[in-house]
Design a protein around this ligand. Structure first.
Ligand SMILES: NC(=O)C1=CN([C@@H]2O[C@H](COP(=O)(O)OP(=O)(O)OC[C@H]3O[C@@H](n4cnc5c(N)ncnc54)[C@H](O)[C@@H]3O)[C@@H](O)[C@H]2O)C=CC1
Ligand SMILES: O=C1O[C@H](COP(=O)(O)O)[C@@H](O)[C@H](O)[C@H]1O
Length: 247
């Protein structure tokens, strides 16, 4: 029988990339505070992730959660990331534990480590010859409050794994862009995540076995400065795209 998966933030871009390829793979329960504008697979719950009662109800019978809902803006103000990203993530992890959910994949971000991109390192960092790599074992180093909120979501995941045995994978997503890598944007090309690699990566997050992990969510770009080794080894991630293969 197919696993039951709760997808928060289902109406957004990452949610759409996941559902485009995985609609038939799982029993989906989709949650977003905005109702869908098109037909989506599965049951749709209109709720805010900070509403603990609603989130608790949405967890009923769920095997795994992909938690995407939140404010995705790198320039988002503190009150928004505190509510939507930090409080929201805590509400989701807590409800997952209470409902006996096995695993949570958390949408973290490149901005949790954005301050490693120092003036001495860029722009060479974004170019194929540069050998510098972040591999997920480094400390968070956010360059904005949005990044701080993502680092907090990762730490909450660590807590819920250590104290409650929840399996948690934090995916530091790069730059999801549909169809082609960002144009005239070296940073975006270094961390491009294609739609099909995004779907495949979250599919692996649902199927693989792990305890607590931090991985990078990018395609296999020649320009990359994020290692894909952990995602390959632990999740079995096999990206098919590379921003260098586009003009
Ligand atoms: N798109 C990208 O390249 C990247 C995205 N991410 C993360 O992935 C996640 C999804 O991002 P996108 O799909 O790009 O954003 P999006 O804005 O397209 O989708 C986010 C969805 O979450 C919903 N949402 C926001 N706050 C909510 C709340 N309090 N309760 C219920 N629903 C809420 C919104 O209505 C929206 O449909 C975010 O957590 C973002 O930080 C991380 C790195 C890169
Ligand atoms: O976390 C995110 O990162 C991507 C890439 O960041 P950018 O500052 O290079 O644009 C961003 O596009 C996305 O909206 C955000 O959620």
């Amino acid at each position: 029988m197919a696993q039951s998966v709760l997808l928060t933030g289902a109406a957004g871009r990452v949610g759409q990339a996941i559902l485009a390829d995985l609609a038939d793979e799982y029993e989906w329960r989709l949650l977003d505070r905005d109702p869908p504008t098109e037909e989506l697979p599965g049951e749709f719950v209109v709720a805010d992730i900070t509403d603990s009662e609603a989130v608790r109800e949405a967890m009923d019978g769920i095997d795994a959660v992909i938690h995407l809902a939140g404010d995705p803006r790198p320039e988002a103000p503190w009150d928004s990331v505190l509510t939507n990203n930090i409080d929201g993530a805590q509400t989701v992890y807590e409800a997952a534990v209470d409902a006996g959910v096995e695993k949570v994949a958390f949408a973290s971000s490149n901005h949790a480590v954005g301050a490693y991109e120092t003036p001495e390192r860029v722009p060479d960092l974004y170019r194929p010859h540069d050998q510098y790599r972040l591999d997920g074992s480094e400390l968070p180093r956010p360059g904005n409050l949005y990044g701080v909120s993502k680092a907090a979501g990762e730490t909450l995941g660590r807590y819920y794994h250590d104290e409650h045995d929840l399996s948690v994978v934090c995916v530091r997503i790069g730059n999801l862009t549909k169809g082609h890598p960002p144009i005239d944007y070296e940073r975006g090309q270094a961390m491009w995540l294609s739609y099909r690699d995004c779907a495949h990566l979250f599919d692996r997050c649902i199927r693989a076995d792990y305890g607590y992990e931090i991985v990078y969510g990018i395609s296999d770009n020649d320009r990359k400065y994020y290692s894909l080794e952990r995602a390959r080894a632990v999740l079995g991630y096999e990206p098919r795209d590379n921003s260098a293969h586009h003009d």
